[in-house]
Design a protein around this ligand. Structure first.
Ligand code: ADP
Ligand code: MG
Length: 409
């Protein structure tokens, strides 16, 4: 697939009167959801100069070293005003079931979801040994919710994202990130399968259902874009320029699945189908109503759903140039994301969005009038112990940030 240097927004319009200025772009089809337009957003990609504020050596990392780097960066600037409670981040952890392959090689479970909020990680425990080994070695983490491997997609959606969808319809912005090592369940959580659709699909379904329920007094326009950030290049995953007429339910799943097949997945030594790219689904809802004095009020809310690239240490996989360049870029994006979140909740004046393409794209989806949710995905297998530990530490940190922001208020 070729790298395109522009992003495309598709517009879907519900069956009310089209907005005047959107008319030209509408295709009215036989279904209720209708229109589609492609309007190139002169976005970020061509004009943006990427600068790395701090050059980090990413080679030869040890467990936790990157986290320490993130931490030290966060501590370097302590000026600015205090953040509002909009910087509050909710952090969730989702444990996936043990994979067949993992079972076959005799791997043991090293993670236990102890209750609805607590995760226990130990290098040695399996679930049955939990009580006995608790005393020996291991670590507890507490999150806003922790999902055991039996948790349904629907429950994950309801607990993590349903409120954001509601807020987006009130004109706020919301972001949901899936974070974790390759194979930990990020794409399953975000996209899911046809039988078990994930957060992206359930959110769009919910959105349309809610719009239908309340759209007697105005018009809603829903813009959808699905982008990939790969190697600091932004690419449209939905074949730009081709108009589409959609039903919102089944077809959205098909659309996103096709988009996902366009994602850059390159074999690496560590994992054949490792996903090296970030995928960002952005849904913008415009809503116009007339108030009592017949003034038109325009509300815009944006929901960003982000399937981040694998968080495994960049150079743990392959030292060769492209792979390690990718690794550095992936880490740059993840690092930049952490820096932005830190800066936002600490109320800094300068938020380093420009440090990576990912954060440039999410500029209006972090902080401000935005609710942010992190879902950390983990594998139960002791073979992934190190990655799981890193992920839980990172998630734990994200949680602390939230606490700080609350205290600041
Ligand atoms: P990632 O996107 O983090 O690399 P995937 O979402 O592709 O990981 O998950 C890896 C494998 O595990 C896939 O085959 C996926 O279907 C499966 N999987 C992940 N999470 C779950 C889950 N909660 N329930 C069932 N299967 C899952
Ligand atoms: Mg994936």
């Amino acid at each position: 697939p070729t790298m395109a240097n522009s992003t495309v927004t598709r517009t879907f319009v519900l069956p009310q009167q089209p907005l005047d200025d959107a008319k030209e772009n509408l295709l009215i089809g036989p279904d209720k959801i209708l229109g589609v337009s492609s309007c190139a957003r002169k976005a970020t990609t061509t004009t943006v100069k990427t600068t790395v504020a701090r050059k980090l050596s990413l080679g030869g990392t040890k467990n936790g070293q990157e986290l320490e780097k993130i931490e030290s960066i966060a501590c370097t600037e302590k000026n600015g005003t205090m953040g509002g409670d909009d910087g509050r981040i909710l952090v969730f952890v989702r444990l996936r079931p043990m994979a067949k392959k993992e079972k076959e090689v005799g791997s043991r479970c090293c993670v236990k979801i102890v209750n609805k909020r607590d995760v226990y990680l130990t290098e040695f425990a399996n679930e049955n040994d939990y009580l006995r080994l608790k005393r020996l070695r291991g670590r507890h983490f507490t999150f806003d919710a922790s999902f055991p491997d039996s948790t349904s997609q629907h429950e994950v959606y309801t607990t993590t994202t349903a409120d954001l969808v509601e807020a987006v319809l009130q004109g706020r912005n919301g972001s949901v990130f899936c974070y974790g090592a390759t194979g930990a369940g990020k794409t399953y959580t975000m996209l899911g399968t046809v039988d078990n659709p994930g957060v992206m699909v359930l959110a769009i379904k919910d959105l349309f259902t809610k719009i239908r329920q309340r759209s007697c007094d105005g018009n809603h326009v829903v813009h959808l874009s699905y982008l990939e950030v790969y190697n600091e290049t932004v690419r449209d995953l939905l074949s730009p320029g081709r108009p589409l007429v959609l039903r919102e339910d089944k077809q959205v799943m098909a659309l996103l699945q096709r988009g996902n097949q366009n994602r850059t997945t390159e074999p690496t030594c560590a994992n054949e189908t490792s996903s090296r790219s970030h995928a960002i689904l952005q849904v913008v809802i415009e809503y116009r109503v007339k108030d009592a004095s017949m003034n038109v009020i325009n509300r815009v809310g944006k929901l960003s759903l982000i399937d981040l690239a694998g968080s495994e240490r960049a150079l743990a996989t392959d030292q060769r140039t492209l792979r390690s360049l990718e690794g550095a870029n992936i880490n740059r994006s993840l690092l930049a994301l952490s820096s932005c979140i830190n800066a936002l909740v600490e109320g800094k004046k300068h938020i380093p969005y420009r440090n990576s393409k990912l954060t440039q794209l999410l500029k209006d989806s972090l902080g401000g009038a935005c609710n942010t949710v992190m879902i950390a995905n983990i594998s139960p297998s002791n073979l992934s112990f190190g990655e799981t530990q890193n992920t839980l530490h990172w998630a734990d940190r994200a949680k602390e940030i939230r606490t700080k922001a609350c205290e600041a208020n």
